[in-house]
Ligand binder design. Structure first.
Ligand SMILES: Cc1cc2nc3c(=O)[nH]c(=O)nc-3n(C[C@H](O)[C@H](O)[C@H](O)COP(=O)(O)OP(=O)(O)OC[C@H]3O[C@@H](n4cnc5c(N)ncnc54)[C@H](O)[C@@H]3O)c2cc1C
Length: 377
């Protein structure tokens, strides 16, 4: 797919919106209620090649650029944040395209694009997520290969994914990235976490107990994992911002519909000034978050170093928008907003984690401040 002009992006957004409404929305409440992966929507996404969107066509992907990736995530998240997360998790192993050997790419990527393998990454540990460089999972050389020991916590797709990108300490101060398969001896999983939201996305510990890996499971240089993961986090920050933006946009849409239909004092509540003012604020948050996100995406696509700071700003704006807009959406649904029967209840629960994961919003602010100070006024 070559999306080179805005018309093509608009057409792609339309396709994604139709797909979301026909194939994703019908299962959104059920996967949340039943706390199970969105299998039907995931399988339907394969027919459009979405798990392979960013991968090269030569390996079964679609060569979709960052803007198309963000549009897909936003449109799916509007109706089901768990499905958007499940499909976009398949893109974690783009790190193999960046740092892997051709043999690694040829072995792993087609499994993903054909829908035979799902992906996860393990950065966070029981003792911390914010202090990534404090990770204690170890990778020790064993002949030409490696042995991994440690526990990764809160891993999206834990137990459900086939491939895990694991961040592990290889020397006192350096880290490497390793490709661990679900069936590797010594790999096990904790019980599924019982979560506030994102209930259609499994989360669990990934436990590595003397996991022996051959040399070809190391990605790139064993001492440059921190640099690689920083780059991978930049990409995923744009994805996560799009995910939060989609939740906010979906909640706004639900609110427009509901306030137009619900009547009090003999007229639709959409006619009351205070309601209109809240809806205007919701729209301001959604539109300004999207504008910032798209600026970050265009800087990223241009290879501009400012993309890093803008990606953090977009992550904060989009996730804060998701939390504020979904909370107001529940408010504007009155008592019905508090019931599971209305999508905004799920959206508000799903929104919260977007402020927490992929570097909490406090950590993003620390990074933004550092970048602001680094740029001469
Ligand atoms: C549903 C879910 C899915 C997840 N999926 C994954 C995954 O797939 N892979 C993965 O590796 N991780 C995953 N995570 C983990 C997530 O990235 C971490 O929870 C997050 O980075 C925060 O780490 P922590 O929970 O250890 O909190 P902590 O780091 O302990 O932070 C606790 C609080 O202290 C604040 N804080 C910490 N340090 C500072 C500081 N220097 N200045 C100011 N405030 C600070 C934080 O902002 C936060 O509010 C997931 C988490 C959840 C909930």
């Amino acid at each position: 797919m070559n999306l080179s002009d805005s018309q093509a992006y608009a057409a792609f957004r339309d396709t994604m919106r139709r797909f979301a409404s026909d194939k994703v929305a019908p299962y959104a409440a059920a996967v949340d209620r039943e706390k199970r992966p969105p299998i039907e929507a995931f399988e339907a996404s394969l027919a459009l090649g979405l798990p392979g969107l960013p991968y090269p066509e030569s390996l079964g992907g679609q060569d979709g650029d960052m803007l198309s990736q963000c549009i897909m995530i936003e449109e799916l998240s509007r109706v089901c944040a768990s499905t958007a997360l499940t499909v976009s998790s398949c893109w974690i192993l783009m790190a193999v395209m960046d740092y892997g050997t051709e043999a690694q790419q040829r072995e792993i990527v087609p499994q993903i694009t054909r829908g035979e393998a799902r992906c996860a990454w393990g950065l966070t540990e029981p003792k911390g997520g914010s202090d990534l460089m404090g990770a204690t999972t170890r990778a020790v050389r064993d002949g030409s290969g490696w042995v991994l020991d440690g526990t990764k916590r809160f891993i999206t797709n834990g137990g459900w994914a086939e491939w895990y990108l694991i961040f592990a300490r290889t020397t006192e101060k350096r880290f490497g990235l390793f490709l661990v398969h679900k069936n590797d001896p010594g790999v096990s999983f904790g019980a599924p976490e019982r979560k506030m939201g994102m209930r259609g996305s499994p989360t669990s510990d990934v436990i590595l107990d003397a996991v022996k890996l051959p040399a070809d499971r190391l990605l790139g240089d064993p001492e440059r994992g921190a640099e690689y993961i920083t780059q991978a986090l930049l990409r995923s920050r744009l994805h996560i911002a799009s995910h939060a933006l989609g939740i906010a946009a979906g909640a706004l849409e639900e609110t427009l519909r509901y306030t137009g239909e619900r009547e009090q004092f003999g007229k639709p509540i959409a006619r009351f000034q205070m309601v209109r003012s809240m809806v205007a604020d919701m729209a301001i948050r959604v539109e300004s978050a999207r504008a910032t996100l798209h600026r970050a995406v265009s800087l990223y696509q241009a290879g501009d170093p400012q993309a890093k700071m803008l990606a953090s700003i977009a992550k904060v704006l989009c996730s804060d928008a998701a939390m504020a807009v979904t909370t107001d959406a529940v408010q504007l649904h009155g008592g019905y907003g508090y019931l599971e029967d209305y999508a905004v209840e799920r959206m508000m629960r799903d929104a919260k984690v977007t402020q927490i994961w992929e570097g909490t919003n406090q950590i993003q602010r620390l990074m933004i401040a550092k970048d602001v100070y680094d740029v001469p006024a």
